[in-house]
Design a protein around this ligand. Structure first.
Ligand SMILES: [Mg+2]
Length: 218
């Protein structure tokens, strides 16, 4: 058994698309111009700002009457259920399972991450899901990677980490004995960082190449 760690947002599931769809619904509900979707996406910063801050900013910026915590609670209930996986992800995870890999998701966030995994229909295709708020350590810290390996009963050495974030996913895993696959999504690799083992165009591309390398090595 070998360990296969993977990020969730914008790696297995299309978080950007789900957020854009949510923002479109939000501006429609408030009667705001559709152009405001771009502004809301900018405030969201790829989901990296705390949700309380996001809704406090939206309430202040648009002079909304509904309190931020009410909007946030509704978002918390609706958003995780709206995410979908990228094409080819289910087949790729099934291929990993049948090839003897143990797959664990390593993701920054709270229990909403587990709901996203279920909503995308991926729950049965992964062995473990380690969300930073529940583990008590967030990527790029090494503790969350070690926690994932321990929960799978496997070593990090010889395993892989796949993700779209150069720092949190790839730099975090580099140096822990893992090989890394970076999903570029059309971006260039930041030259100040040590490069990943491979750069891939999608999760399924990364899996195909990792399995091929593994066959050649084996
Ligand atoms: Mg990500």
């Amino acid at each position: 058994m070998r360990l296969f760690l993977t990020d969730l947002d914008n790696t297995l599931v299309d978080r950007s698309d789900a957020f854009r769809r949510w923002a479109c619904g939000f501006v429609a509900e408030l009667g705001l111009p559709i152009e405001e979707v771009d502004n809301i996406e900018a405030i969201d910063a790829g989901g990296t700002i705390p949700r309380g801050e996001l809704f406090a900013t939206l309430v202040a910026h648009y002079g909304l009457l509904e309190p931020a915590d009410v909007l946030r609670a509704r978002y918390r209930q609706e958003f995780p259920r709206s995410v979908r996986c990228f094409p080819g992800v289910k087949a790729a995870l099934a291929k990993l399972q049948s090839s003897g890999w143990t797959v664990a998701v390593v993701t920054n966030g709270d229990d909403a991450q587990l709901e996203k995994l279920s909503a995308a229909g991926l729950h049965a295709l992964v062995s473990r899901c380690c969300a930073s708020d529940l583990v008590g350590s967030a990527k790029p810290d090494s503790a969350i990677f070690y926690a994932a390996a321990e929960r799978c009963g496997l070593d990090l050495v010889g395993g892989w980490m796949v993700g779209d974030d150069p720092v949190k996913d790839i730099a975090g895993a580099t140096g822990l004995g893992l090989d890394t696959a970076w999903l570029s999504h059309g971006r260039s690799w930041p030259t100040e960082l040590l490069p990943p083992t491979i750069a891939a165009s999608s999760f399924s591309d990364a899996v195909d190449r990792i399995l091929r390398r593994n066959q050649l090595a084996g």
